[in-house]
Design a protein around this ligand. Structure first.
Ligand code: 5AD
Ligand code: SF4
Length: 471
């Protein structure tokens, strides 16, 4: 049954803009605009959320800084997906006691997925007394009101309601760049993979109305954005909660029809919902990048079932075959977890055989990290840390070998690439991406930034290609 998603009313968003105006009026008499520091951990959805936080902050009269010591407002947008990210957040938030000692009026805000986990909220309440404002992803749309309350009253605020989640349209956005942009098409996740905290902290799947998505894409295309990534935890289930006969393949076609010269990417796709209908749409839509990020997580069917992934190894391999029939030069990337509770080394070796069979272009590899409150965290986990680390290394070594081979295959080819950022490699001044998303370093006129350019690939390393503008 379709569940009704709460939509935040335009009046409620207008009220938030009134709070923006009130904070801006408080900031206006200052000799220079006060500064805000926004730090983002985790995935692209968090990056997209931070662009809305910055949009609100700009409306409230703040400028921006990369130095937390000079900031009047610090916002840390946290990630809960693995323990390592959580530890980094907690360490950095702890260090903010020093900046606050120098600047007692500094307002410190924590938001994002960790702030939707009760044990972390408790920790902040008790042990991080320098933090003024805590809000979860569900409360992001009312950030101006929360900041206004902090500035006009005493005391700390914790706004972390446990809810299925809502959709808020019309928040201001301050994007980080002018070439690549994120567009959220849906929020939340219904899959409850047994290791994953996301469904608990980001609520149920809810899709934005197609018209809202399309008008955002039209604006971006008209503003000259060249690379637009559609975001959702599981984009393949787009539309299921809407009262309209739409799905993700349909949405891709609609986005593809928006006028302009830009590439369309999307993530993340779930193998249980990826369909031939989607692959057909990808093949038909000339703006859709020939890249699919399709996480398989593990190569053994018992482990996949224990992960509650809803597909088998054979199903996954069948998807890859069907996709390659339609788009032979598709760039394939994936996520893998090593050391899921109870995964034996023999079962792990089934992951290695998937790598050999598919030959992914690149992988994101993770050591399993127990997340409090998820079913997997309660499973017996007999394999030693050392054995997991050794398996992890075998995975990385095999993928490096495959990636290096695949990268060599690009040498000598001429590819249409998007020059998308200055390079931090000392030997080259620019970075570009192939349509499939592979990184290319090149030396060229900085005026190429933001343009599609034919690049001749002259060399390759495991992770990077090297190119020069073709004659
Ligand atoms: N431990 C390790 N990796 C995880 N991921 C999600 N939850 C965990 C966890 N508890 C990985 C999955 C997912 C990616 C975004 O993060 O591979 O696809
Ligand atoms: Fe987590 Fe699975 Fe949802 Fe991805 S699909 S966010 S791994 S529960």
């Amino acid at each position: 049954m379709k569940q009704a998603t709460t939509r935040i009313s335009p009046e409620d968003i207008a009220r938030q803009k009134d709070f923006c105006a009130q904070v801006a009026a408080m900031n206006a008499p200052l000799p220079t605009p006060p500064l805000a520091f926004v730090d983002t951990y985790g995935c692209q959805q968090n990056e997209a959320d931070s662009e809305r936080i910055r949009g609100y902050l700009a409306e409230m009269g703040y400028g921006f800084t990369d130095d937390e010591r000079t900031a009047a407002v610090v916002v840390i947008n946290t990630c809960a997906v693995r323990e390592h990210a959580e530890q980094r957040v907690l360490g950095n938030v702890g260090a903010l006691t020093h900046t606050k000692r120098h600047n007692p009026n500094q307002i410190i805000c924590l938001c994002g997925c960790m702030m939707q986990e009760p044990h972390n909220v408790e920790k902040v309440r008790r042990s991080f007394r320098h933090v003024d404002l805590v809000f979860g992803p569900h409360a992001l749309w009312r950030f101006p009101e929360l900041l206004w309350r902090i500035q006009t009253r005493r005391g700390r605020i914790f706004d972390t309601p446990d809810e299925a989640g809502s959709i808020a349209e019309g928040m201001p956005v301050r994007r980080q760049g002018s070439i690549r942009a994120w567009v959220s098409i849906m929020y939340g996740c219904n899959n409850f993979c047994s290791y994953c905290i996301v469904p608990y902290v980001r609520g149920r799947e809810r899709s934005r109305d197609p018209e809202d998505i399309l008008s955002e894409v039209r604006e971006l295309a008209a503003a000259g954005y060249k690379d637009i990534t559609l975001l959702g935890q599981n984009v393949n289930s787009y539309g299921r909660d809407l009262d309209a006969d739409v799905d993700f393949a349909w949405l891709l076609e609609q986005v593809n029809a928006v006028p302009g010269d830009f590439l369309i990417r999307f993530m993340t796709s779930h193998p249980k919902d990826a369909s031939e209908r989607l692959f057909d749409a990808m093949a038909r839509c000339e703006k859709v990048a020939p890249h699919l990020h399709l996480p398989f997580q593990a190569g053994n069917d018992r482990v996949l079932a224990a992960m509650n992934r809803g597909y088998t190894r054979e199903h996954y391999l069948g998807l890859v075959r069907s996709l390659r029939q339609r788009i032979p030069d598709i760039v394939l990337t994936s996520d893998i977890i090593v050391g899921f509770p109870g995964e034996t080394t023999a079962e792990f070796e089934d992951t290695l055989t998937v790598l050999r069979e598919v030959e992914f272009d690149a992988l994101f590899t993770f050591l399993y990290s127990p997340r409090e409150g998820t079913p997997a965290a309660r499973l017996p986990d007999p394999l030693s840390k050392e054995e997991k680390a050794a398996n992890f290394q075998r995975l990385v070594d095999l993928q490096n070998e495959i990636s290096a081979k695949k990268q060599q295959g690009y040498v000598g080819r001429t590819l249409r690439c998007l020059v998308d950022e200055p390079s931090d490699d000392p030997r080259h001044n620019l970075n570009a991406r192939t349509a499939g998303g592979r990184l290319v370093h090149l030396t060229g006129d900085p005026a190429l930034l933001g343009q599609f350019v034919d690049l001749k690939i002259t060399g390759a390393s495991t992770w990077t290609l090297f190119g020069e503008p073709a004659e």
